[in-house]
Design a protein. Structure first.
Length: 229
């Protein structure tokens, strides 16, 4: 959910943004602000807090290599949080339009941001998301197949339903995810699988199962599964 970018990834990002030096407790954006840029911490620390009359509870502290942002901010909607530096910091500031360009065109950086923002979306819905995140539609046979497979093999996962969350569908569109590449399965924070086979999921999650193959039986069971709401 809060991955650390490595030096090579930050170097690639630097061509899309500009460095910014800040003082301690400098506010970068406030609740209600729109078209908020994404900030990558190069040095120092950046706190994300909620703003209430009686205080500012901490949501997360971003350390070097980590970055801000979530689905609603990418949409250009108003922020619900405040971002401020915890100490004098050096940041890479990337405008929203430039991040959307990265999402659509950059094969290395795009999966990093996609997985992070989908996981943050899941966290906003469930404060205790599972290790794996499945993003799909209950009208998709492949989504239903994977839900059955994960359930049969006792693999806990959080599910984001594209039919009920249009903002997530918008995010997939920005990251150039084609309809035939749905569902998306994110494993262990960074591994992004687009419409994977049962065998591929089993290998990634180290599942030993007699129902690995994706055949007609899997799909038939998925379609009539009472769990496929």
């Amino acid at each position: 959910m809060f991955p650390k970018l490595n030096r090579a990834e930050i170097a690639m990002l630097s061509t899309f943004g500009s460095e910014r030096s800040t003082e301690s407790s400098e506010i970068l954006f406030d609740p209600g602000d729109t078209n908020v840029p994404v900030f990558v911490v190069l040095d120092g620390c950046l706190d994300i807090v909620r703003v209430f009359k009686k205080g500012e509870p901490l949501v997360v502290s971003h350390e070097p290599g980590e970055f801000t942002g979530e689905v609603n901010l990418l949409l250009g909607g108003p922020s619900s949080i405040r971002a401020k530096t915890k100490e004098p910091s050096r940041l890479l500031e990337i405008e929203r339009k430039d991040l959307l360009h990265i999402a659509e065109t950059h094969s290395v950086l795009s999966p990093v941001f996609l997985s992070s923002y989908l996981l943050r979306r899941a966290y906003s819905i469930s404060s205790r998301p599972e290790e794996s995140l499945l993003v799909g539609s209950n009208h998709s046979a492949s989504t239903l197949r994977l839900r059955v497979f994960l359930g049969q093999n006792a693999c806990p996962y959080t599910y984001l339903d594209l039919d009920r969350d249009p903002a997530v569908q918008w995010l997939l569109d920005q990251f150039a995810v084609r309809p035939e590449e749905v569902p998306i399965l994110i494993c262990r924070g960074r591994t992004v699988l687009r419409n994977p086979s049962n065998a591929m999921v089993a290998a990634i999650l180290e599942v030993k199962s007699n129902s690995v193959n994706s055949g007609p039986w899997d799909i038939e069971m998925a379609v009539f599964s009472p769990g496929g709401e």
